[in-house]
Design a protein around this ligand. Structure first.
Ligand code: HEC
Length: 170
């Protein structure tokens, strides 16, 4: 009896033979089924998701800037000083919030008026202390801002001239 038989098979019993025969059929069939599925399901993502509209919606920016949408006043160009004051400045300057020079208080305005409109405008543009730049209205023009200052100052004992459209840009 040879101890080392090169032709010995790992199939020793009839049960093993049956398993091997079954597997030799099943494995290729499963492979074919998977391949067919792969080919048939090619566009696996939702086709509607690739529509240009859907793509544009997905990649749209988080925020957007709109110009001229701040009401009729912004669209028509320069607003009057009174409009600007009512829209923004009054929130602080009517009651003198946070030590804002109060409208109708000459003592609060006189020293500021003495510095001149260009100086007050420069401060209003940049902001000062509790006062936000441009009174919190980023879309207000320099001219509109100057008019608002003149409006408030003149209601507080000053006698400033309202700037014309493109003026007061010093
Ligand atoms: C959030 C409140 C607030 C709003 C809104 C606001 N202001 Fe003021 N403003 C202040 C305060 C507070 C001061 C005083 C700042 C200081 O002297 O420290 C001030 C000061 C000023 C001064 C005097 C600057 C100087 O020469 O010392 C002017 C002019 C002025 N504001 C104009 C405006 C105009 C015009 C608007 C509207 C477009 C406006 N402010 C809106 C709070 C406000």
């Amino acid at each position: 009896m040879s101890a080392h038989d090169e032709h010995s098979s790992f199939i020793k019993t009839p049960q093993q033979l049956i398993v091997v025969v079954l597997l030799s059929f099943l494995v290729p069939i499963i492979g074919i089924v998977l391949l067919v599925q792969l080919v048939l399901n090619r566009p696996s993502a939702d086709p509607a998701a690739l529509e240009p509209q859907a793509v544009a919606q997905r990649i749209q920016p988080v925020g957007r800037v709109e110009f001229g949408a701040a009401g009729a006043g912004a669209a028509s160009g320069a607003r009057s000083g009174e409009e600007i004051v009512n829209a923004a400045c009054g929130a602080c300057h009517v009651a003198g919030v946070a030590n804002a020079p109060k409208i109708g208080d000459p003592a609060a305005w006189a020293p500021r008026v003495k510095t001149g409109l260009p100086a007050m405008l420069a401060i209003a543009i940049k902001g000062k202390g509790a006062m936000p730049p441009r009174g919190g209205l980023p879309d207000v023009s320099d001219t509109e801002l100057a008019r608002a200052i003149v409006h408030m100052a003149n209601k507080s004992g000053a006698n400033l001239k309202e700037p014309a459209a493109p003026a007061a840009k010093k």
